[in-house]
Each structure stands twice: as structure tokens, then as C-alpha cells.
Design a protein around this ligand. Structure first.
Ligand code: GLA
Ligand code: ZN
Length: 686
């Protein structure tokens, strides 16, 4: 597989919007190298220009763009145009149009809305990709394939419904009774007599069988995967050495990204955190972004991922679209690299003249100038990225993994009872923030990943567990691992059936050393308090912290000890945070959602106690983190300041650091980071 030797730097480039303005395209090719760019993502929405009428192909303009890229030594991230269809296709083959969950077929328009099953669309996409692959397979500009765009959503047409039924037949081995049992259709007389009776979930029909909803979501992922595989077939056949990716959407709710990542050569992600949002610190947004980057890095372990899109300034789709302040684009781009990215690609190179994206941030604005603040900052970054070749190929190693699992997220999103809103992502982030602040790298894994390589596994709200997971967690702890579980652990199996015999189910009660007998739900404005009993929590004995959302009332077994208790309500003085020794390891349990200030102390203690490596020994100022990549014994530490103030960071005493961008040894023991500043330091493993 061909790999890039440099950090990829470029943008979504849509010359197909400017074909009647050749002077603009000439200007683009003058400016792209000036901005330090070495790549461009092209052709992503170009179907109409590539096949203006059915069977009439027109690739000459793309040949020209590819040739110009090659001439400038740039690489194309070549798109397949399946993300949006030309009018003639929808008019002549309406089966490609998506059908809504209440059975309405959509009209032609916008994008990301093809039927996932349509044999005609799959055939057309296959044909188009074959032509692209045949035509450009030996082209020197071809660097990577970009399949479709931001796969998302679902279709409820009869073809998709039938495919869903087939998928279910396979999953349940043709046994409708097995399905009835897992979906618990006994409630409200919903028992199916045959697979042909099943319809996809719909607000106009059945939508309250949670097992069915989960299977539907699994099916939609499977159907998307099979759609992409069809796209990949000719591409892999003609260009086996060119890596393929598709731009994932960070934390898309609808598709299980682990499954999509499996069929790609490299993961890429579109990154649009809401910077400068009112009332939120830059650090908090940085933590959100960091968590997303770590997910995407972990989707393919030990490989870089790519940021396929980000904006150099603002987007056009938040309610209020704040600019990135001076320095922020560089810092947030370097942040992605710190977490494992090997690209910075913008959306988009030049501002569209009309339609919805005309005011989206771009490298070149409507004034066409290269003297703008954004262009200047983009160019400076371009020069700096050229100095990061050594970082290419380095990876992140983590002692800690946090389980973030799409199927679990779906189950939590759908659950009725308890409290709403219950934001699984936010709860996971609360357990991630302490590590970010300590400068400890974290892998984000699904529950299917190997646990054995980690010293600590954090599993917030592991509500729905797939078969075998509980046993693997048990073994992990028995063999000496440290496991952190929280309220709502193992209430249901993978099909949303409650475990019988008490929670946490599936044998995890033994590991946690307790049974969660009841669970109280609080209103968003309500709180309980936990009072610390033991400094083993990392917090001072007698101190108290707020807890919210959910409070389980638990019964401890003999091996389990209470580290903090509730301060209020009838379950006052009963355990809220516990630890259980199990085999050679320990399992900590949070029966309630305790505030992050407590989690910081708790994880600080665990990091010290378990000898988990920090990327820098010093206590970091608020809003500063250190993320690490390594290659052999060469280490790269990225020190990032997400505040608008200067920050001072004490370097590790016994390490000889060099500044990667300055290519200089560092003699000071303390470095100053300007507002939104960063340093990339390298050193050798001792
Ligand atoms: C998405 C799409 C792009 C563009 C940007 C705008 O990420 O992939 O085509 O529409 O949003 O932010
Ligand atoms: Zn369909």
C-alpha cells in the first residue's frame, strides 16, 4: 500500500463548480502551492460533470485537473461521486430516491440521500468507479481514494425493507421464535408468525421494540458497508496500492464506525468542533475534539488517520458561526496531528459563489486575495507542516482504554424510563477529561477489542453488553487489571433484553462486588451529594461532591468496600463509590454520576497508584495538555495551550528535548506557550 511521506495538506477543491471560469482555476493553481498545499480532494460531488446524461461521459476536465496537480507535485484525494446524484438519474430511475420512515419517497435534491439497496444505483456507482479507476490508475497525481461523502441515514423503501427481513432471517437463522424471544414481542400481542410480517421501525407503526430498533440500526450499518464494498470492488481491482478512505463523521449517531473502519485502508474524519461557543472554555471544546480524534485514531490501531475536512475559519451550519481566532486554526490542526492525524484538509479551498455554502469558511474568499488573515495563517501552517516529516508513521501507545461503543450508545439513546436526556457521549467525556488534563494518552475502544494490553479500562455506562464481553472483563480483572464501571452497567444484553438475576448482569455483579437493586432518576436541576469516606478515592476524607442524573442504590458483597456514600435522600449513607478486589485486580464502581472535579482526583490517584505513564511528569496548567506519538525510540510530545493566556510548562528534568519545528535543542527547563500556542518536542526513549 502506498503511504504518504509528508503530512497531507490541502482542501476540498471543487473545480467542477468553476468550469465556466477557467481564469479562476488558473488562479487556484497559482495559489495552492503558495498556501503550502500538497494535495486536493477532488470530484466528490462531480457526477453531473462526469456523466451529464446517462451513458455520456465527460472526464476531460478532470484529466486536466489531475494533470495540473501532478505538474505541481501535488496528490489528488480522488472522490467517487456517489454522495449526490444528477437529476436525470432520479427522474429516470426513481428507485434510487430514498423513502422516509413513514413511506414517503423524497423528491430529487440535495445529497446523501440515495437508497442503500437500489440495484440500479449500485450498478451505476460500480460503473462510474470502474471508469475512474481505469482512467487514473497510473496517473502520478492519484494519492488516495475518497469514497462517497459522509455516509449517513437510512432508507425505508420496499427494497430496503426486504433486505432488512433477509438480514434478520440470517441473524436469527430463520427461526422467528428466536427473534420473538430477543425482541420480547410477547408484550402487546406483537409476536410475529413469520419474517414476512416484519416492517422497519416507523413512527407510523412499530417503534417501541428496542431490540428491533437495534437490529434496524445494525442492518443500516451493514447495508452501508455493503454499499461501500460495491464501490470498492473496481477500485481495489485496478489500484490495489492506492489507499481508500471515506470521510467519517466523528461520532455519527447512525452508523457503527467500527464496522465502517474495517473495510477501509485508512480512517478519515471531518472535524468541526464548535470553537468559541458561548459559555464554554476553549479547553472544554478541545477535550471534545480530542475525544473524537482518539476515537478515530483507535478505529485502526497503530495507523495514522486523516482529517479530511475542517474549516480554516467558520462553518455555515451552526446557529452562530464564530470564526477561529488568530492562531486557533494552527493550534487545532496541530491538535489533530498530536492525536494521530497525518493530514490537515480544509473544507473548502475556494468559496462557492452561491447556494448554501457560499459563506462557509474557505482558504480563498470571494475577494480572491492571498493577503487575507486566513490565507496568511494557512500558508504559515503549510510551511510548518513541511517540517513534520519525521512525525509521519509515528503512533500513540496508551496504558488506558475507554470503552465507547456504538451499539451501546444506540441502546442508551433508545431507553425508556430513568431520565432524559441521558447523554452517553457526555458521560464518556467526563471520564476522559481527567486523562486529557493529566497528559495521559487514551485509546477509545469498542467492547470487542482486546483488553489485555491495557492497565486500566474505563467503561462508562456499559449498559448493553454483547455475548462474551462480561467474561473477558472478568478475566481481565482477575488477571490483575483495573476496571472502572458505573451506574447502568450490564442491564441488558445485545438485543436489549434485561439480564435476569440482578444488575450488573451477565456475571459482572461478581466483578463489581455489588448488586444495583434500585435506581433513582433526578431532574436535570436536582442533585445528590457524595461524601468521601476514604482517601483511596483520591479526594479528601469528609469532602463532598455533587452527583446528578442517576443514583443506584446498591448492596455490597463482602469483598466490596464503600469509598464514598450518598449524603441525601432515603439512601443517604449507602455506597455511592466502591471498590472490589477480584482475583489479582480491582473493580471500582460509580453508582452515580459524580461531578468531574471528583473524577479528576479519582483518576489522578489511579494514575499514580498504577504507574500509568504521563506524557510529562509536571502538573499541567489548566487548559494545557500533552499528547504523545512515537516511532521506534523517538518520541514526539505535543504541548498544546487551549487558553488565551500565556502558559508556562515545566519540562521533565532528566529528558533532553529538541524542538521539532525549530530543529534545536532545548536548554531551558521551562517553556512559555503563548495564547493558543504549542510546541512539538522530540526526545529519545531512555
Ligand atoms: C461536510 C461535507 C462537506 C461540506 C461541509 C461543510 O463535512 O462533507 O461537503 O458540506 O460539511 O461544513
Ligand atoms: Zn431503499
Amino acid at each position: 500500500m502506498n503511504r504518504f511521506e509528508h503530512i497531507i495538506y490541502g482542501a476540498d477543491y471543487n473545480p467542477d463548480q468553476w468550469l465556466s471560469h477557467p481564469e479562476i482555476i488558473d488562479e487556484d493553481f497559482r495559489l495552492m502551492p503558495k498556501a503550502g498545499m500538497n494535495s486536493a480532494s477532488i470530484g466528490i460531488f462531480a457526477w453531473k460533470e462526469l456523466e451529464p446524461e446517462e451513458g455520456v461521459y465527460c472526464f476531460e476536465w478532470l484529466d486536466d485537473i489531475m494533470d495540473r496537480l501532478a505538474k505541481q507535485g501535488m496528490k489528488a484525494v480522488l472522490g467517487t461521486p456517489s454522495g449526490a446524484r444528477p437529476y436525470w438519474m432520479d427522474r429516470d430511475h426513481p428507485e434510487v430516491l430514498r423513502v422516509s420512515d413513514v413511506g414517503d419517497r423524497y423528491y430529487h435534491g440535495i445529497r446523501h440521500n440515495h437508497c442503500l439497496t437500489s440495484p440500479y444505483y449500485r450498478k451505476k456507482v460500480h460503473e462510474m468507479n470502474t471508469r475512474l479507476a481505469q482512467r487514473y490508475k497510473d496517473h502520478p497525481a492519484l494519492g488516495m481514494w475518497h469514497i462517497g461523502n459522509e455516509f449517513q441515514g437510512e432508507c425505508y423503501c420496499e427494497l430496503c425493507q426486504e433486505a432488512f427481513r433477509s438480514w434478520l432471517r440470517e441473524k436469527y437463522h430463520g427461526d422467528i421464535q428466536a427473534l420473538n424471544e430477543q425482541w420480547w414481542t410477547y408484550c402487546w400481542s406483537r409476536k410475529y408468525s413469520g419474517f414476512e410480517e416484519i416492517e422497519a421501525p416507523s413512527p407510523r407503526g412499530e417503534y417501541l421494540i428496542h431490540g428491533m430498533n437495534l437490529d434496524w440500526k445494525r442492518f443500516v450499518t451493514a447495508q452501508t458497508v455493503s454499499f461501500i464494498k460495491n464501490e470498492l470492488e473496481p477500485i481495489r481491482r485496478y489500484t490495489p496500492d492506492i489507499p481508500v478512505t471515506t470521510n467519517l463523521m466523528g461520532r455519527s449517531d447512525t452508523l457503527d464506525q467500527w464496522k465502517l473502519a474495517e473495510i477501509l485502508d485508512v480512517v478519515s474524519v471531518d472535524s468541526y468542533p464548535e470553537w468559541c461557543v458561548n459559555g464554554q472554555s476553549h479547553a472544554r471544546v478541545a477535550q471534545f475534539a480530542a475525544f473524537t480524534f482518539d476515537i478515530n485514531r483507535s478505529l485502526k490501531k497503530n495507523l495514522p488517520f486523516y482529517v479530511m475536512e475542517c474549516t480554516p475559519s467558520q462553518v455555515n451550519w451552526y446557529d452562530v458561526n464564530r470564526l477561529k481566532k488568530p492562531g486557533m486554526n494552527e493550534l487545532t490542526s496541530i491538535q489533530a496531528i498530536a492525536h494521530g492525524s497525518e493530514s490537515v484538509q480544509y473544507f473548502q479551498w475556494r468559496g462557492a459563489r452561491g447556494a448554501s455554502e457560499k459563506l462557509h469558511g474557505t482558504v480563498v474568499g470571494h475577494n480572491g486575495k492571498d493577503s487575507t488573515r486566513v490565507f496568511r495563517e494557512v500558508s504559515i501552517l503549510g510551511e510548518r507542516l513541511k517540517k513534520l516529516d519525521d512525525v509521519v508513521g509515528s503512533i500513540t501507545k496508551s496504558d488506558v482504554a475507554l470503552i465507547y461503543d456504538w451499539e451501546n450508545k444506540w441502546a442508551i439513546g433508545d431507553l425508556m424510563g430513568l431520565t432524559k436526556p441521558l447523554d452517553y457521549d457526555e458521560i464518556c467525556e467526563e471520564h476522559y477529561i481527567p486523562f486529557w488534563e493529566e497528559g495521559v494518552s487514551v485509546d477509545i475502544i469498542s467492547m470487542d477489542h482486546d483488553f489485555t494490553e491495557y492497565r486500566m479500562i474505563v467503561a462508562p455506562m456499559l449498559y448493553s453488553v454483547r455475548p462474551g464481553v462480561a467474561d473477558r472483563l472478568k478475566k481481565y480483572v482477575a488477571d490483575g487489571g483495573t476496571l472502572i464501571l458505573t451506574f447502568c452497567t450490564a442491564y441488558v444484553n445485545e438485543n436489549d433484553l434485561c439480564f435476569l438475576g440482578g444488575f450488573p448482569g451477565d456475571g459482572l455483579m461478581e466483578v463489581a462486588g455489588l448488586e444495583a437493586e434500585e435506581i433513582d432518576a433526578l431532574y436535570p436541576e436536582e442533585f445528590n451529594q457524595v461524601t468521601v469516606l476514604s482517601e483511596e478515592t483520591g479526594a479528601e476524607s469528609g469532602s463532598s461532591y455533587r452527583s446528578c442524573s442517576l443514583c443506584e442504590v446498591v448492596n455490597m458483597q463482602e469483598t466490596c468496600r464503600s469509598l464514598a456514600v450518598y449524603a441525601e435522600d432515603f439512601y443517604k449513607e449507602t455506597p455511592a463509590v466502591t471498590v472490589n478486589s477480584y482475583g489479582k485486580g480491582q473493580c471500582f464502581y460509580f453508582a452515580t454520576r459524580v461531578e468531574v472535579e471528583f473524577l479528576k482526583k479519582f483518576y489522578h490517584k489511579r494514575i499514580e497508584e498504577k504507574g500509568i505513564s504521563r506524557n510529562m511528569a509536571t502538573t499541567l496548567p489548566d487548559g494545557v495538555t500533552v499528547q504523545r506519538r512515537q516511532k521506534g525510540d523517538e518520541i514526539f510530545d505535543f504541548i498544546l495551550n487551549f487558553t488565551e493566556e500565556e502558559q508556562q510548562v515545566r519540562l521533565d528534568e532528566d529528558i533532553v528535548y529538541a524542538d521539532v519545528l525549530e530543529r534545536q535543542r532545548i536548554t531551558e527547563k521551562e517553556i512559555m506557550l503563548p495564547a493558543f500556542g504549542y510546541r512539538i518536542l522530540s526526545h529519545r526513549n531512555k
